[in-house]
Write a protein that binds this ligand. Structure first.
Ligand code: MV4
Length: 447
């Protein structure tokens, strides 16, 4: 196992990775920016290294500073968390070239799945259903029109270098395609430095269901079942749960097999997520793969009884997964409520400030993955995720009632939060029935 690990991240996920290292007896190094002087993650590690100014570009996204910090402290491996450098193939390669282990997938797998148009081609060739649309990208408006005519409007134009809703635009008819095609390309260029776009048929009111996959360097590749992530705002997930109320056992089995095939198409190693859309007729389609540990990984841990971060560390050190597919038997139900510093009266815009009161709930089946505590400063520079309230119950009804109780006991002062929104969702009849779709937060819940 590694003699020392550097965590190239901040907030709750840095704290989470530090905990896994501690449980494995691995000393840790945190990195922190100027805004994070005194931050919880920096205190939690055995050592800490300042890596520059508050803007992420000059600190958490600065590969050279992070590699220098690893070398200076004698770390053998780097855990990138999520976001920042976690899906940067060049960074993964730089680590390897410097003799450091990148705790994540091979750079080639990151690169292939990072091109969303190429990823579609590769998984389709592996026998996985993808949303009807273009083969590879579309180079011209004429080509886009031909594809759109074949699959039918509405269509989505998506940036190949995008993902997670970034650089995606809906087009309702051929007349608007001309204009939107040009802006979609320009936007892709300015956001990602490359203008490649592809076409997908627009699915009506789909659900987002993703599968946790895991590979090792011994050619084992398994899945840890699904997470239902349909409750989103501005393409940011707000609530995730497992199992998904939308899947039948037969669909779940087919989707799990497809997820493993998709990951094998790029010889995937370590933790990854296969994202699918499920339409009203319960057809499922691959949309993209996230080549990292996800924010919502804890609900899978709660039901599958696995520590995914420890498994990441072990697999990165060359150990086999050591779990057979048939031995993965999820039990019960788990839900994650993302607690953001957001102001519900200002359209959920970030609410920075100092946390003056932090009294999270405790109890049976309750887990809190937090990046803050009393006295923490919530900066404008980073994602305003404060913590993840993760609740496990015997079944969905049990988890939802435990979660509502936990929310009632959660006291936060100094910053505004979305706790009240969570209560409204959890009490909503459509959410309780499990029949919600992507329009839920946008259309049905005015809070
Ligand atoms: C779509 C779609 C409909 N058709 N793709 C992809 C990333 C996610 N954040 C939004 N995405 C969507 N892709 C096709 N071909 C609708 C969405 C979508 C969505 C998907 C899942 C959960 C919430 C959503 C909210 C808006 C749009």
């Amino acid at each position: 196992m590694f003699r020392k690990v550097l965590i190239a991240n901040r907030g709750e996920i840095a704290v989470r990775v530090i905990r896994a290292c501690r449980e494995l007896g691995i000393p840790t190094v945190a990195v922190y920016s100027e805004a994070d002087t005194g931050a919880l993650h920096a205190k939690a590690a055995d050592e800490r290294v300042p890596i520059g100014p508050s803007p992420a570009k000059q600190s958490y996204l600065d590969a050279e500073r992070i590699i220098a910090a690893a070398k200076a402290t004698g770390a053998e491996a780097i855990h990138p968390g999520y976001g920042f450098l976690s899906e940067n193939a060049d960074f993964a390669r730089r680590c390897r070239d410097e003799g450091l282990v990148f705790i994540g997938p091979p750079a080639d797998a990151i690169e292939k799945m990072g091109s969303k148009a190429l990823a579609r081609d590769l998984v389709r060739a592996a026998g996985v259903p993808v949303v009807p649309g273009s083969e590879s990208g579309v180079e011209s408006v004429e080509e886009a029109k031909l594809v759109a005519a074949a699959v039918g409007y509405p269509i989505f134009l998506k940036a190949s270098a995008g993902g997670g809703g970034m650089g995606m635009q809906v087009v309702h008819d051929e007349a608007t395609l001309e204009k939107v095609f040009v802006t979609a390309r320009d936007r892709a260029e300015s956001l990602f430095g490359q203008n490649a776009v592809y076409v997908e048929k627009g699915l009506a009111a789909p659900r987002h269901v993703e599968f946790q996959v895991f590979g090792d360097t011994h050619k084992n590749l398994i899945h840890f079942y699904e997470r239902e992530c349909t409750i989103q705002r501005r393409h940011q997930k707000v609530i995730e749960e497992t199992p998904s109320p939308a899947l039948t056992p037969e669909m779940r089995a087919r989707m799990g097999e497809a997820a493993v095939r998709a990951a094998r198409a790029v010889d995937y190693v370590n933790a990854g997520t296969i994202e699918c859309l499920v339409d009203a007729d319960r057809n499922f389609y691959f949309i993209e793969m996230n080549t990292r540990l996800q924010v919502e990984h804890p609900i899978t841990e709660m039901t599958c009884g696995v520590d995914l971060v420890k498994l990441q560390l072990r697999v990165a050190a060359g150990e086999p997964i050591g779990i057979r597919q048939e031995d993965v038997k999820p039990e019960g139900h788990a839900i994650e409520l993302r607690i953001y510093a957001e102001d519900p009266d200002r359209n959920f815009f970030p609410s920075p400030g100092t946390i003056t009161v932090w009294q999270p709930p405790e109890g049976d089946g309750i887990r809190l993955d937090a990046g803050v505590t009393e006295g923490s400063v919530v900066s404008v520079h980073y994602d305003p995720l404060l913590a993840k309230l993760v609740v496990r119950g015997e079944d969905r009804t049990d988890s939802l009632s435990r979660a509502l109780g936990a929310l009632d006991r959660f006291r936060v002062e100094g910053v505004k939060t979305n706790i009240a929104l969570h209560k409204n969702v959890l009490r909503h009849p459509e959410f309780r029935a499990g029949t919600f779709d992507t329009g839920f937060l946008y259309n049905r819940l005015k809070s």
